[in-house]
Ligand binder design. Structure first.
Ligand code: SF4
Length: 337
């Protein structure tokens, strides 16, 4: 076995994370955790993961649920296409694979939302088979260890890192190795202030030797995010608020939002009593910055408001938590109702 993987495996057993709720669990549980962990920190994921598995303990219950149920458990976690793909993949596994996860890379990467790195995670962490994980943590460890100073998001660099990752794979202990290199990236080889003196591979680390740890991985200068202004109306009537399902395409497709200014028709405007403007919320997405303004209104007789009843509902605060909604809507309901 190569020294790099051997040192990481030994370190993982003694100092890695060994109490995460999805460890040494079924492929189904590993898969759900890996999808949730994309772009999201472990501490944030744990409560979402536990609630998800409690509601959908196996792939059959997930496949037979509605998208609305899945979205409600994903509310606030962001990147909602992940939840839609999870639902699609659960159905495919139930129908095409009789509820059992395929154990080969080729079939795994054909499933919606499962890319090469997630397939590698499922193979190694669930089935103890060789599988290469290349998430952000792992790429950072390899790029630093090898002293790769080219921008990490270049195609050529990606190929180089992948080739090193494949070369580092051990001959066995695939689960410990995959977990170990992820733990190393998260616990020691952190983006800022890496703890190199505790690192099991520090003797041969090129970035440490040259003192350039924090300069790696280099990213191409990214363009400034496009900004978008959103205006919402938080309309309440006694203990109910008005929500509208977002039928348009995009990141919040099929999630429940507050109505926008379209609701302020001549007929409706005289029924609404303006209460206050809420503080603006800045919500950053990977590619866009949303500047969200919300104005609170009240209406005495909600039945007089002209709304599209096929896509709008009046709900209590307690019932709203069961609905799929993005984080800014959740926060506004929690803080201002
Ligand atoms: S020595 Fe430091 S920079 Fe190198 S792999 Fe270890 S933690 Fe990362």
């Amino acid at each position: 076995m190569n020294q790099f993987s051997k040192k990481i495996i030994d370190w993982q057993k003694n100092q890695g994370r060994n109490n995460l709720p999805w460890q040494k669990k079924s492929a189904y549980e590993v898969w759900i955790s890996e999808i949730m962990l994309q772009q999201t920190q472990v501490e944030t994921v744990i409560p979402y993961y536990k609630a998800f598995i409690k509601t959908f303990p196996e792939i059959k219950t997930l496949a037979e649920s509605s998208e609305e149920q899945v979205m409600s458990l994903w509310s606030g976690l962001g990147y909602y296409s992940r939840a839609r793909n999870i639902h699609k993949t659960a159905k495919i596994i139930l129908n095409k694979y009789k509820g059992k996860f395929p154990q080969d890379f080729k079939n795994l990467v054909e499933l919606p939302g499962i890319g090469p790195s997630t397939a590698g995670a499922i193979l190694s962490l669930a089935f103890e088979l060789p599988g290469v994980i290349l998430d952000g943590n792992v790429k950072r460890v390899i790029a630093r260890f090898k002293g790769i100073t080219n921008p990490i998001d270049n195609n050529e660099t990606q190929k180089e890192v992948k080739s090193f990752a494949e070369g580092f794979l051990p001959k066995d202990s695939f689960r410990e190795y995959s977990q170990g290199i992820m733990d190393l990236g998260s616990l020691l080889c952190r983006p800022k202030n890496p703890i190199c003196n505790s690192c099991p591979v520090n003797k041969n680390c090129q970035a440490l030797r040259l003192g350039i740890q924090e300069k790696i991985p280099l990213k191409k200068t990214s363009k400034p995010k496009k900004e978008k202004k959103i205006d919402w109306l938080l309309i309440s009537s006694k203990n109910k608020i008005l929500l509208k399902r977002n039928d348009s395409k995009g990141i919040w497709k099929n999630l429940w939002l507050f109505p926008d200014k379209d609701i302020l028709s001549k007929d409706n405007i005289s029924l609404l009593e303006k209460k206050e403007s809420l503080p603006e919320i800045i919500h950053n997405l990977s590619h866009r910055k949303l500047n969200i303004s919300t104005v609170k209104y009240q209406i005495k007789n909600k039945d007089r408001l002209k709304i599209d009843r096929s896509s709008s509902v009046w709900v209590s605060k307690a019932d709203s938590v069961k609905m799929g909604m993005p984080k800014p809507i959740k926060e506004i309901i929690e803080n201002y109702l």
